[in-house]
Ligand binder design. Sequence first.
Ligand SMILES: NC(=O)c1ccc[n+]([C@@H]2O[C@H](COP(=O)([O-])OP(=O)(O)OC[C@H]3O[C@@H](n4cnc5c(N)ncnc54)[C@H](O)[C@@H]3O)[C@@H](O)[C@H]2O)c1
Length: 248
Amino acid sequence: MHQFDLKNKTAVITGGAQGFGLDIAKKFLSSGSKVFIWDIDEKELLKATKEVNNSNLNYNVVDVSNFEQVQKTVNDIILKNKIDILINNAGITGPTAELWNYNIKEWNSIININLHGTFYCCKSIVPHMIKNNYGRIVNIASVAGKDGNANASAYSSAKAGVIGLTKSLGKELAKYNIAVNAITPAGAKTKILDQMSKEHVQWMLSKVPRGRFLEINELSSMVCWLSSEENSFSTAAVFDISGGRSTY
Ligand SMILES: NC(=O)c1ccc[n+]([C@@H]2O[C@H](COP(=O)([O-])OP(=O)(O)OC[C@H]3O[C@@H](n4cnc5c(N)ncnc54)[C@H](O)[C@@H]3O)[C@@H](O)[C@H]2O)c1
């Protein structure tokens, strides 16, 4: 595996207990970073910490859609650390349904976790990055946010919002040594797929010219470069990892 130099860096990875987030955490640890994984699921956090068994891995039980919880956790972390890297990865797809049949509570929670959660984490951490004149933020959006998936309007809207947030914040921070980028993955086999109907997942796969699911390590490799000092110019940008599905 190609390694990036993340020595003396501290990273916060939301939704880090499993799936993409945990794999990113493992790559960051092997690249020398200290890592805080945040997740709402304490059981999975404990399982992940035990499995990884690395003293540079820390965890916090945080609901990213709760601003007070996010801010308190950031305040605790910065007592002894600076935060150099933020990966906004926590997300849910919600169920598969047409917009007019979408449950309002489900809609709100999809927007709250994917979009407002990203806003809350950036709002709490960016002032510390500005103070240090250094930061790398990677927001995990989705190909759904670019293309708009039928029967996934809440998720597509939330991820399109994450793309817009990335472009705005990246420009606001461009005068500092802080990069803000988004990634738009196609489907990968993680637990999130269980939230959607089997037919919808098959439809997603049928749209990918590569003809297969994205591998989790393919995603985390891209995140590593974007999170490293080597990414010294790209910002406010959207990096595609959709196996040829997106045409822009
Ligand atoms: N797997 C895919 O096919 C795919 C494709 C495109 C984009 N994505 C995006 O990638 C990101 C990671 O997804 P994944 O596939 O690893 O899914 P996953 O379900 O394996 O992991 C998501 C993690 O986020 C956590 N989480 C959910 N709500 C939270 C909250 N309110 N606060 C804190 N943590 C919370 C979950 O507990 C879980 O551990 C998500 O943003 C998802 O939308 C995934």
